[in-house]
Design a protein around this ligand. Sequence first.
Ligand SMILES: Cc1cc2nc3c(=O)[nH]c(=O)nc-3n(C[C@H](O)[C@H](O)[C@H](O)COP(=O)(O)OP(=O)(O)OC[C@H]3O[C@@H](n4cnc5c(N)ncnc54)[C@H](O)[C@@H]3O)c2cc1C
Length: 471
Amino acid sequence: MTITSSPINQNYDLQELDKLRTRVGGQVITPKDDGYDTARQAWNLTVNQRPALIVVAQNAADIVEAVRFAQEQGLEVAVKATGHGVIREANNSLLIVTSQMTDIHVNPDAQTAWVSAGVKWGRVLEEAQSVGLAPLLGSAPHVGAVGYTLGGGMGWLARKYGLAVDSVNQFELVTADGRLLRASTAENADLFWGLCGGGGSFGVVTGMEIRLYPVSTVYGGNLYYPVHKAKEVFAKYRRWVANAPDELTSSVLLKNYPPFPQVPEFLRGQSFVMIRACYCGPVEQGEEILNYWRAWLAPLKDDMKAMPFSQVATISNDPVDPVAGHGSGAWLNSLNDEIADILIRYIVPHSGPPLLGSAEIRHAGGVISKVDPAATAYGNRDADHILQVVGGAPTPEAHEAVRHHIVQLRRALTPHLHGGVFMNFLAGEETRERTQQGFSPEAYIRLQQLKAKFDPQNRFSHSYDIPPAAK
Ligand SMILES: Cc1cc2nc3c(=O)[nH]c(=O)nc-3n(C[C@H](O)[C@H](O)[C@H](O)COP(=O)(O)OP(=O)(O)OC[C@H]3O[C@@H](n4cnc5c(N)ncnc54)[C@H](O)[C@@H]3O)c2cc1C
């Protein structure tokens, strides 16, 4: 057996690698091959991972071969669809890239879609909307549907139709021993339970069947208010959402727009307190509910309107092109004046450019909290308000400054934190450090037991930190 080791860690048998190349329909890329840098690149430009080997899979069979190779060669396995949510960089590991697995099949009669591992939400949205249906995507259509769903998945229909993970009929996945399995409430039900919120800890998902909903028009958008009104807006928002119908999913945010030429002039370099909303009931009712704000104070800018659900991405208007960013988040106990004061202090620029681009509090509850907490691994269903903060991190120094600022902010918010986290709103190593906060203590123990059953060697260690339970 010829094991070679080089500065870029070719820690596998080269003869076996040749065999893998013949067995895989997609690309097998070593650090010496053309295409290595493109294949290892993540959407988040702060990620600089150097896998020992990359398999760009064409189909489930390629993933089976790649995982078996990893098992034989003792490599850990990481997965990338888009690189929006890299948790632990795939250094020295086998990175499976799913971005070419783009099959999607919408069944209008059953109101379901089969979504392959590399599909981004935008494609599902387009195909589903063409038959009057909607998937439970999040704020950004360029995020991968599977990665988003494995972490819960909270989007603009969340209060009415729940989390993405609550609308999965079945997953297909390759487990650590290289088996291709189906998991649903009827088949491998324990594994299905764990996949519903437990991230990429139990295998490589090759596809999933999800439920779709009859939503074609919504009333949604943004209301922009002067940032000096922030405290009043937070207080009004608290009263507004207290009795909100499930059809209304909304957020309140502090937003600092960068001073870049591509930003519209009105927003460029400015800070606002904003209301974002998506109402999925009758449009007239949505307009009436949003008039609460207009009756109080005419917004500086008001783009709240009836729109086809296919345009839902215009509500958050997240960046499409790769960016270097860092973020964090936590569930809050409540919304109160003190939280508003702290956020204003840490987010709104007082002297010099702001460190963070935004702090957004999304309203959860609704159908999310009506699901039996034991039905899925996903935790913290009782919490109503999720805070997410994000900052640009174009250099290592900026990254460190943003990270440090978030630590300080979290410290200031401590008395108001619920104690839980939403896994999808954490980034990088913090996702692993706070994994236990994403689940109930009982669910976390069960996840560890599942890990012992399906991945006893912790081959999928680039996702949440769920060590296998001791036998
Ligand atoms: C701009 C932006 C907007 C977002 N908006 C929302 C939102 O509205 N709501 C929300 O809930 N989240 C949101 N997120 C978070 C997002 O859902 C997570 O970052 C998610 O993990 C991204 O999945 P991905 O496949 O695109 O990313 P990737 O970085 O490719 O994957 C992230 C992780 O998911 C796992 N994974 C991906 N594919 C597979 C697979 N086939 N099998 C096993 N594991 C897999 C792996 O652990 C991987 O490390 C947003 C993120 C960004 C950057």
